[in-house]
Design a protein around this ligand. Structure first.
Ligand SMILES: NC(=O)c1ccc[n+]([C@@H]2O[C@H](COP(=O)([O-])OP(=O)(O)OC[C@H]3O[C@@H](n4cnc5c(N)ncnc54)[C@H](O)[C@@H]3O)[C@@H](O)[C@H]2O)c1
Length: 446
């Protein structure tokens, strides 16, 4: 089936509830949740809950799912994975939480998305799969909690934004720092002009490669393990032989599937930098990246050290770096009258009065930034209210794009001019081509 002749988005269960009322809803509810389970554990009856399918079960999905399971008005009903061991683990964890068999399993996410009784999906798959899975979800009328960075390339990000808009979906990005008090406070101080006009921002990210899965020593080409559908796992990316060290969790260090530390973190710290600057839907007009790379054929070939210098509107200069001692991990805004620094578990500022307050007093915060104290709760609330989440798709797109541009600049070895409005690299056809990638057959028409 080509993208052009795919079916239109189907009616979501919630729209179904609206048109059919409760009787229809009961009929629409999946049979694998017994009617006898209605209203137990002080939760709303299953027919009243927001149903969710999860895609992926590695480093991030279990934590996200745990937070969703804790919400009484959410019911996880499905899990999808290309690795049978991961799928099995997800089923064990989810069924154990609910103390009953609630999860239906899927190998192919398209079958899960086609279910009419699933309202929402939580997608935590490697970056090279984000676009295909997310667009399929949007087309089938699901609201989506999707991970950062928005996608593997700028072009894939654009397709997600377009699909979310076209199908009027609610989207929350896993850029959860926005739902954390200290990041909110820091951004609100900056946004309210309390450090004066901001001239410079330093965004420090990690460097090197981290062996998350403890598989770094498995560098030989071998047969993929029986439990993993490796061909599908590589999916739209270029086919490469199976090397254990390049698959689960450590895929992010291979440019075929991930974008290294830069793309792993840009959706966290640059996202926060933009928030403070009021640049959620803006971006740099000039980007110059320099970095150090292992040889392209190395097992892990993403940049081990990088420094991206960017010029933004209003004479703001942003440096985003990994591995440079002068740029501390976290976000530091420097203004004419002071500075603010924030990182996970850390806050510092030129004004001591800001250290111990939880948030700016009302009379000082003329501009109130969106407040959420629970990222998953915020998503579900927005699914119900149909209001934007704290990290919608277009914001995630603008947060991750400077990372992609920095990477492209490093690859072509020159400064790029970027037009935010038209989302184009100017006067550089070679760099422009790197805004997207060829999908391996048959995924272009998947
Ligand atoms: N928000 C955060 O703080 C945070 C932290 C870590 C990772 N992440 C993001 O979460 C995403 C997943 O990262 P991870 O580290 O958990 O990866 P991982 O390799 O640990 O897990 C990915 C899972 O997806 C499965 N999978 C891969 N392709 C699939 C497909 N097409 N269909 C179904 N299942 C598929 C894998 O088998 C695996 O279970 C990435 O985008 C990453 O950037 C976010």
């Amino acid at each position: 089936m080509t993208k052009a002749n795919r079916p239109p988005a189907r009616l979501s269960r919630r729209s179904f509830l609206k048109v059919t009322g409760a009787a229809g809803a009961a009929l629409a509810f999946p049979t694998f949740i017994p009617a006898s389970a209605l209203g137990r554990d002080g939760r709303p009856a299953p027919s009243e809950r927001i149903t969710m399918g999860v895609v992926g079960w590695g480093m991030q999905a279990p934590g996200n799912t745990d937070e969703f399971m804790k919400l009484k008005d959410v019911q996880i009903v499905a899990s999808c994975n290309l690795d049978k061991m991961h799928l099995k683990k997800s089923v064990e964890v989810i069924n154990k939480f609910y103390k009953k068999k609630v999860v239906k399993t899927y190998h192919d996410y398209r079958k899960m998305m086609a279910r009419h009784d699933i309202d929402t999906v939580m997608i935590a798959v490697p970056d090279h799969w984000h676009e295909l899975v997310s667009v399929e979800a949007a087309r089938h009328g699901k609201d989506i909690y999707g991970e950062k960075p928005l996608a593997k390339t700028i072009g894939e990000q654009q397709r997600i934004v377009q699909a979310v808009r076209e199908h009027a979906r609610i989207w929350q990005t896993g850029s959860w720092q926005r739902s954390s008090g200290s990041f909110h406070k820091a951004a609100e101080i900056v946004r309210n002009g309390m450090i004066g006009k901001v001239t410079r921002v330093e965004v420090g990210l990690p460097d090197g490669h981290t062996d998350f899965a403890n598989t770094g020593k498995f560098t030989q080409i071998t047969k993929p393990p029986g439990e993993l559908d490796f061909d599908r796992w590589i999916g739209p990316s270029r086919m490469q032989p199976y090397i254990k060290a390049r698959v689960h969790m450590n895929w992010r260090w291979n440019y075929n599937t991930g974008g290294g530390q830069l793309m792993d973190w840009v959706g966290h710290h640059l996202d926060i930098a933009h928030w403070g600057l009021g640049f959620d839907l803006s971006g740099p007009y000039e980007v110059e990246g320099h970095g150090q790379f292992p040889p392209p054929e190395a097992m892990w070939n993403t940049a081990t050290q990088f420094r991206i210098e960017m010029k933004y509107p209003n004479d703001v200069r942003v440096t985003m770096a990994g591995g440079d001692d002068d740029i501390k991990h976290g976000v530091k805004w420097i203004g004419a009258d002071g500075w603010v620094y924030v990182d996970r578990g850390k806050f510092d500022a030129s004004n001591e009065d800001w250290m111990d307050i939880k948030e700016l007093p009302d009379d000082e915060a003329k501009i109130k930034l969106y407040r959420s104290s629970n990222h998953q709760r915020n998503f579900i609330d927005c699914v119900k209210s149909r209001q934007p989440t704290i990290t919608p798709a277009d914001v995630a797109h603008h947060s991750a794009t400077p990372g992609h541009l920095g990477y492209i600049s490093m690859m072509v070895g020159r400064k790029l001019k970027w037009d935010v409005a038209s989302e184009q690299i100017l006067d550089d056809p070679t760099a422009s081509r790197l805004m997207s990638r060829m999908f391996r057959a048959p995924y272009e028409d998947w």
